[in-house]
Design a protein around this ligand. Structure first.
Ligand SMILES: Nc1ncnc2c1ncn2[C@@H]1O[C@H](COP(=O)(O)OP(=O)(O)OP(=O)(O)O)[C@@H](O)[C@H]1O
Ligand SMILES: [Zn+2]
Length: 675
């Protein structure tokens, strides 16, 4: 048996890189969590390897203090090692993502049952005691004292039992029995079943084509083979429907992992998976690390969704991590990423389940219009009993300016304008969260003439209400997305108004009208994904309308009616769009024809971020930049972008450049495959 345990201490310090050798305690295996002495303190670490010999002198090898009760599966330790390299991060930070939720432990309670050894016949008992005995087995609860007395007489056994803290599944969408598959769904399922472990499939199905049912069957087939499955979904608060569908179909074998759960619930769900009591995990990107043994399948629903990219160190992409877990991966979307379209074997669901055509889309040119709503949009909204309106801008208006001196209200921490939230009575920065009171006059010139520019969802909600429509607003300002969605579902008439969250996978059959306002807003971002985002947003919103027998239609308001992304989305023509987009990317050497790595330097000290970015740039021949970015949270920022054909070499070069350049008071973040 190997005597040495290689332990990676779980610290976030970049400079500190393990693993370090310790004497292996009894019961420690790869993945075990240990408490080890480290310098002058004790730290938790993960066993990442075992060895017979150490470079550390025998008499200097320290024993571990103790082995903690939970452990990480060895294959996740290996995954963390890969992630650390792939995302220019550290082993410890990557391992941090795989651990059981901390700060809590299993909840136990006393369980009482009859002691079969002690017969109750011929024993003198009060009526109350007889009643108690008859009520067993159960939790002792408030009867503990009475039960203890019976325990002393040998009639009852009391023991601690683990108690599961089960998350609630918000119920949106009516309960449905399992439908018979359509021919296209059945063919898709056969393709998935025939795929080899490790194979990646793209389920490219138009909105409403029944992709979820295919996932459900594929997961069911896994369970029958004794395999487990992970179902990744975009942010759960915004897509409660799919969670309840899995919970409904498979019951307790489904564990849900997401950040809105209490620490106790998360801990228990993790443990149920680790112990094999639950075999299916549904959750957002972090669920890709679910500790499931014999993993047969990972489903990535709405694979185009940007929430699959993690915004902290390591900046991992759950879609890429999923491919490393070695099982089959099925990515599904009506608007797949060009990357997936290019690289994966494609299964097509070309029609909606009910055979209905996708709703006709009309593009409304807003260049000559003054009002926020086109007259046709306005009358369509008044006619339709239920509709969804997408406006990708929160708040009342995007910025305020003084009519007299021209002052614009900006964030003191960031180089952006503040957004008016009239309901809350404040101006807010949507980047750092800074808030201030709505001004009644200009602090520079004293003028009371303050103008509001642009309209956001809050304003729109109020305008619609003014027109006599019942509006339900859903955006990041609304804490309880689930309850807004349920209220909208239950209402006979109404308009669901919101930012892009209204376009996310909802299935409301009685919605007959979909509207996109300012559809080209996403095109105005200087980013190579602008076209892809615009197409997805319009096509996804269009997919929410006309999902029932009433049919539907879609109106798209835009200043750029001729943009390819908008024209293709209006024809529901993903193939033409994706083919064109891939040609463009190939010509410009963008992903998937290259790897992009973004290095962002930031500092509070003037000039330092740009200086550091310049030094890093000098170590990376051919990199783009250094380019200043807008100030964020009081920190100046500058970036360098590497565009490379050789991914491995580029990651290594960036890692070396970043390790070689430090500046006191400056931070560096590396983003491989930025969104
Ligand atoms: N075989 C079937 N027979 C009848 N109804 C079905 C069948 N499969 C799915 N449905 C129903 O069709 C509707 C649309 O399915 P679903 O929401 O899974 O589509 P989707 O492809 O995931 O769409 P989106 O991309 O818009 O999320 C749902 O109400 C679902 O219950
Ligand atoms: Zn700010």
């Amino acid at each position: 048996m190997s005597r040495i345990a290689r332990v990676e201490p779980l610290t976030t310090a970049r400079a500190l890189r393990g693993p370090f050798d310790y004497l292996r305690p009894d019961g420690a295996e790869i993945g075990s969590l240990l408490v080890v002495p480290f310098g002058r303190r004790d730290v938790t670490g993960v066993v990442t390897g075992l060895a017979d010999r150490s470079e550390v002198a025998e008499d200097r090898l320290m024993p571990a203090r103790r082995v903690l009760p939970h452990s990480v599966p060895p294959e996740l330790v290996e995954l963390a090692e890969w992630m650390a390299v792939e995302y220019c991060s550290t082993f410890a930070r990557a391992l941090g993502l795989m651990l059981p939720p901390s700060g809590t432990r299993e909840k136990t309670a006393l369980w009482a049952e009859r002691n079969s050894a002690g017969a109750a016949e011929g024993v003198r008992l009060t009526d109350r005691q007889r009643e108690l005995l008859a009520s067993l087995p159960r939790l002792a609860g408030p009867d503990l004292a009475a039960l203890r007395r019976l325990e002393r007489r040998g009639l009852v056994r009391l023991a601690l039992r683990a108690q599961r803290r089960a998350p609630e599944h918000a119920q949106v969408g009516a309960r449905r029995p399992q439908p018979a598959l359509t021919a296209a769904q059945a063919a898709a399922l056969r393709d998935i079943e025939a795929a080899a472990p490790g194979e990646r499939l793209l389920l490219h199905g138009v909105t409403g084509s029944g992709k979820t049912e295919v996932y459900l069957r594929a997961v069911g087939a896994c369970l029958e083979r004794g395999e487990g499955a992970i179902v990744l979904v975009p942010e759960i608060a915004l897509t409660p429907q799919i969670v309840s569908r899995f919970a409904e179909r498979f019951g307790d074998t489904v564990a849900v992992l997401h950040s809105a759960l209490g620490a106790g619930e998360r801990h228990d769900e993790w443990l149920r998976l680790r112990r094999g009591q639950a075999r299916v995990c549904v959750g957002p990107r972090s669920a890709v690390f679910a500790p499931i043994d014999r993993l047969g399948l990972i489903v990535i629903d709405e694979e185009h969704d940007s929430s699959y990219k993690h915004e902290g160190d390591p900046r991992y992409d759950a879609r890429l991590v999923a491919e490393r877990r070695g099982c089959r991966v099925v990515a599904g979307s009506a608007t797949p990423r060009p990357e997936s379209y290019h690289a994966m074997r494609r299964i097509v669901l070309a029609e909606r389940v009910d055979g209905q055509a996708l709703p006709p889309v009309q593009v409304l040119d807003m260049r000559e219009q003054r009002a926020a709503l086109h007259p046709q949009t306005f009358s369509a909204l008044l006619d339709a009993p239920k509709s969804i309106v997408l406006l990708n801008r929160r708040g009342w208006s995007n910025f305020l300016s003084c009519r007299t001196c021209g002052r614009a209200w900006g964030c003191p921490q960031c180089d952006v304008t503040l957004v008016l939230h009239r309901g809350g009575g404040y101006l807010a920065c949507h980047h750092c969260g800074h808030r201030e009171r709505v001004p009644d006059r200009c602090p520079d010139c004293g003028s009371v003439s303050v103008t509001r520019h642009g309209a956001g969802t809050e304003r729109l909600e109020s305008d619609l209400a003014g027109a006599g429509l019942r509006a339900f607003r859903l955006d990041a300002d609304v804490a309880r997305a689930g309850s807004v969605l349920r209220a909208f579902e239950a209402a006979g008439r109404g308009v669901l108004v919101g930012t892009q969250v209204v376009a996310k996978g909802h299935d409301f059959p009685d919605v007959t009208l979909g509207v996109v306002l300012d559809a080209d807003a996403t095109l105005r971002f200087p980013d190579f994904r602008a076209e892809e985002r615009t197409f997805a947003l319009v096509a996804q919103l269009a997919g929410r309308a006309g999902r029932g027998p009433g049919g539907g239609r879609v109106l798209v308001q835009t200043l750029a009616p001729d943009a390819e992304s908008i024209r293709c989305a209006a024809r529901h023509d993903a193939d033409t769009f994706l083919a064109g987009e891939l040609r463009r990317r190939e010509a410009l050497r963008y992903p998937p024809f290259s790897t992009l790595i973004r290095v962002v330097c930031s500092s509070e000290r003037p000039g330092l971020a740009l200086d550091l970015a310049g030094a890093i740039h000098a170590r990376l021949p051919g990199a783009l930049g250094p380019a200043p970015l807008f100030r964020l949270r009081g920190r100046e920022r500058a970036q360098v972008v590497v565009k490379a054909a050789d991914r491995r070499a580029a990651i290594a070069a960036v890692g070396a450049a970043v390790a070689a350049e430090h500046r006191r008071g400056a931070a560096i973040s590396v983003d491989v495959d930025p969104q």
